[in-house]
Design a protein. Structure first.
Length: 402
C-alpha cells in the first residue's frame, strides 16, 4: 500500500470508526430508558442493567456498520474533493480505482466482523438479553416488597408494611394456599418484622421473619394451630420459573445452526422457510458491505467550484431502502410466498449492477460525478417553489385590493 493509500486508509478508518461509536451510542439511548425502567425493581439493578446493555451491543453494532461504512466513505471522498487532493491525485495519473482500494480493504474487514456479529454474537446476545429480562421479572418482587406493595409469588401472597427503617419491612401478613392430604388448606403467617436478603450465587430472594405466628385454616374455615416463632425464613426459589433453552426462533440460532437446520430436522420449533430466509439474509448482508465502496465513492465525488453535498442524503436514503427491501424479501421468503433465496439475492444483484454502473461511469468515463445533476435538480425545484409562492402572494394581494 502506497503513501497515498495509507493516508486515505487512515482518514477513512477514523471517520468510519467514529461513526460506528456514535451510531451505537445514539441507538442505545432509547433502549437505555426501557432497560433502566425494567431493572428499577430488580434485586441487583446495576449488574442486570450492565448485562443487558452488553448483550445488546452486537445487535446495534450490526446496524451501525453498514451506515458507518457508507457515510464514512462518502465523507472521506467529499473532503478529498473539497480540498482538491482528489483532483491532484487524478491529475498525477492515479486512477480512481487505485484510490478506492483503502475503502475496499476496510469493507473486507468490516464484512468479516459483520459476518461474525450476525452469525454468533447477535443470536447469543439476544438470548442472554431475554434470559436476563426473564430473571429480572422473576426477582423484581424483592424491590416491590421494600415499597410496601402486596406481591403474589406462586401460591403465596405477601402483604408487607413499610413503617420500618433501613431494609427492614413490617409488619408482614402472608397468605398461602396449599394441598394437605389432597384437601385445600390455607396457611396464614404474620410477623412483626422481616428482612430481605438476596443470595449472590443463586440470586434467590429470602424473606427472614422475626417474632411471628403461623395458623392453618381448613376447608371448613376453622382455625387450627397457633405456632409462634422468634425467627423463620421463606424463599421463592421453588417458584422461580427457569428460562427456556436457546433456539425458540431463528434470531437466536447461529448461522451454522441455521445451515444445519435447512430441512427443519434439527430444530422443529423454527419453520424451514423462516430458517432459510434468515440464513440467506445474513450472508447477503456481508456481501452487501463489499459493494458499498463502489457506490459510496461515486456518491462522494465533487468536482468544480460548487461542490454538492447530495451524496450523504442520497446515500442514507439508498441504504434505508436496501435494508427495508431485504426485510421485505426475508418476510416473503419466510411466509413461503417466494423461495427463501428469491426474496434476497435479486436485491443483492440489483445493488451489484448499480455499483458497477456508478463506479464505471465515475472512474472510466469523462464527465461530472453521478450526483452533480441532483444538486442542480434540487436548486431548480426550490426556485420553482419560491416562484410559485411569490405568484400566489401577488394573486392574493390583488384580490384583496379589488
Amino acid at each position: 500500500m502506497g503513501l497515498l493509500n495509507k493516508y486515505i486508509f487512515r482518514k477513512a478508518a477514523i471517520s468510519i470508526g467514529g461513526l460506528i461509536i456514535f451510531a451505537i451510542c445514539v441507538l442505545l439511548m432509547e433502549r437505555l430508558l426501557r432497560i433502566f425502567q425494567m431493572v428499577s425493581s430488580s434485586a441487583t439493578p446495576g449488574s442486570d442493567a450492565t448485562t443487558m446493555i452488553v448483550n445488546l451491543l452486537p445487535h446495534y453494532l450490526g446496524m451501525a456498520i453498514p451506515m458507518a461504512l457508507l457515510l464514512g466513505t462518502i465523507i472521506t471522498v467529499d473532503r478529498l474533493s473539497r480540498t482538491s487532493e482528489l483532483t491532484s491525485a487524478l491529475g498525477s495519473g492515479v486512477s480512481l480505482f487505485q484510490m478506492t482500494k483503502p475503502f475496499i480493504i476496510l469493507a473486507v474487514i468490516l464484512s468479516g466482523i459483520a459476518l461474525y456479529v450476525e452469525s454468533i454474537a447477535i443470536p447469543k446476545g439476544r438470548y442472554q438479553f431475554r434470559q436476563t429480562a426473564h430473571l429480572v421479572k422473576q426477582q423484581s418482587y424483592a424491590a416491590i416488597l421494600r415499597q410496601g406493595t402486596p406481591t403474589t409469588v406462586g401460591n403465596r401472597t405477601v402483604f408487607p408494611g413499610n413503617n420500618r427503617d433501613g431494609d427492614a419491612i413490617g409488619p408482614v401478613f402472608i397468605y398461602e394456599e396449599f394441598l394437605d392430604k389432597g384437601e385445600r388448606s390455607i396457611r396464614i403467617t404474620t410477623a412483626q418484622e422481616a428482612q430481605l436478603e438476596v443470595r449472590e450465587q443463586t440470586r434467590d430472594v429470602v424473606l427472614k421473619l422475626e417474632n411471628g405466628k403461623t395458623r392453618l385454616v381448613t376447608k371448613n374455615k376453622e382455625v387450627e394451630g397457633d405456632f409462634e416463632f422468634d425467627k423463620s425464613a421463606i424463599t421463592a426459589a421453588a417458584s422461580m420459573v427457569p428460562f427456556r433453552a436457546r433456539g425458540n426462533d431463528e434470531r437466536e440460532l447461529t448461522t451454522w445452526e441455521l445451515l444445519n437446520n435447512q430441512d427443519g430436522s434439527i430444530n422443529a420449533s423454527v419453520d424451514r422457510n423462516t430458517n432459510n430466509a434468515a440464513l440467506h439474509v445474513r450472508i447477503a448482508k456481508s456481501i452487501f458491505l463489499l459493494l458499498l465502496p463502489f457506490i459510496a465513492v461515486p456518491f462522494g465525488l465533487n468536482y468544480g467550484r460548487n461542490p454538492s453535498s447530495a451524496g450523504i442524503f442520497v446515500g442514507v436514503v439508498f441504504l434505508v431502502a436496501v435494508q427495508k427491501a431485504l426485510e421485505l424479501g426475508q418476510s416473503l421468503g419466510a411466509a413461503g410466498t417466494v423461495p427463501p433465496w428469491a426474496g434476497v439475492w435479486p436485491i443483492v444483484f440489483i445493488v451489484a449492477a448499480l455499483a458497477f454502473y456508478l463506479f464505471q461511469k465515475s472512474a472510466y468515463k469523462m464527465g461530472q460525478p453521478p450526483l452533480t445533476s441532483f444538486g442542480y435538480l434540487v436548486k431548480d425545484a426550490m426556485a420553482w417553489v419560491k416562484r410559485d409562492l411569490s405568484e400566489t402572494k401577488k394573486t392574493l394581494s390583488k384580490g384583496t385590493v379589488s
